[in-house]
Design a binder for this molecule. Structure first.
Ligand code: FE2
Length: 341
């Protein structure tokens, strides 16, 4: 039984026992397929979260929190009113978590306060799996404090960086006991090795973004959230073939797929989450889904501030489109997974 105590606007959650989340099958197991998902946004009509519209909901826990800074560290307090409203709105749906402030790639340490908050959330609202971004967004300040970079930044594609993430994924897997996924990020500045290399592995001088992701997911403690719009943006901005990149990706490690729309700004295609899914991303979904046998969910992402611009009708059409692709794929036998580099 769940008991909640409100202290100074902070939700303190106490439970007699940890509930089992739908699809909770252990950190290293493959979750049961859920279907088509949509982010929780407080401004959306509650009807969107009816069980016949979507199959599961994706919650960004920081959106239910009040953030404060204390002794050079960021703290998150779940806000009782926001948490209760989200829980009630999505009561009929399985839930997965998609966090944004872990900063798993920061060399000086990750955001432990995020994980503390996530543990509190899990005890109150169990989730089938949780995910974060393969990036870093804090650097050490002159006194050891965490300074925010302002935007998530891609990690260097090195063995040292991959090992750091693999070790941290193992800690997270032990702590939460449900699958943990890392999302391939969009990135905009070219540095050596950060463009997906489409040559044969033997010709490649080192890890690129595809090889780096494979190195981490094949470490065994995490799986991948494949954001196809991020991949599309990187392919357009850095001039590589996204389909060939998919051929090199360890698609059997993919558990969730993100779809989204973006827009052009100052010569870059941005992962803005501000529109409908462009046709090239639908094409990538049709290509990837039959080749990724362990995908348990496909989510259409929209940022809450752009939801009014996109409109409810358009968002419903995108969800219906995603479901049609999902259903068509599940009626066919999975295609053979290609060898990856
Ligand atoms: Fe995403």
């Amino acid at each position: 039984m769940v008991r909640t105590v409100v202290q100074k606007g902070t939700l303190v959650i106490m439970r007699a026992a940890l509930l089992q989340a739908p699809g909770n099958c252990g950190a290293t197991s493959i979750p049961a397929p859920l279907g088509i998902g949509f982010p929780y946004m407080s401004a959306m009509p509650a009807e969107v979260y009816a069980a016949d519209m979507i199959d599961f909901v994706e919650v960004t826990p920081e959106a239910l929190c009040r953030e404060r800074h204390e002794d050079g560290h960021i703290r998150f307090d779940l806000v009782v009113e926001q948490f209760a409203r989200a829980r009630e709105t999505c009561a009929t749906l399985p839930m997965v978590v998609h966090g944004v402030q872990l900063s798993i790639g920061s060399a000086h340490g990750w955001n432990g306060a995020y994980l503390d908050m996530l543990e509190q959330l899990q005890q109150a609202w169990p989730f089938a799996w949780h995910s974060e971004h393969l990036s870093f967004q804090t650097i050490p300040g002159p006194h050891g404090e965490a300074l925010e970079t302002g935007v998530p930044l891609p990690m260097p594609y090195t063995e040292e960086a991959a090992s750091l993430v693999v070790e941290r994924c193992a800690v997270i897997a032990r702590r939460f006991g449900v699958p943990f996924l890392l999302e391939n990020p969009a990135h905009y500045l070219e540095t050596q090795g950060n463009v997906a290399d489409t040559r044969e592995r033997d010709e490649s001088p080192g890890l690129d973004e595809i090889g780096f992701m494979n190195r981490i997911t094949m470490g065994g403690a995490c799986r991948q959230l494949l954001d196809l719009h991020n991949l599309h943006c990187n392919a357009v901005n850095h001039g590589f073939d996204a389909f060939k990149a998919l051929d090199r990706l360890a698609l059997e490690r993919v558990v969730e797929i993100h779809l989204a729309g973006g827009s052009w700004r100052e010569g870059f295609l941005m992962d803005a989450h501000d529109g409908v899914v462009p046709q090239p991303v639908w094409d990538l979904l049709a290509y990837a889904l039959p080749r990724a046998p362990n995908v348990a969910g496909v989510v259409f992402e929209v940022l809450d501030r752009y939801a009014p611009k996109v409109g409810v009708d358009a968002m419903v059409r995108e969800l219906e489109h995603a479901r049609a692709v999902w259903n068509a794929c599940r009626q066919r036998r999975p295609m053979p997974v290609r060898a990856f580099a």
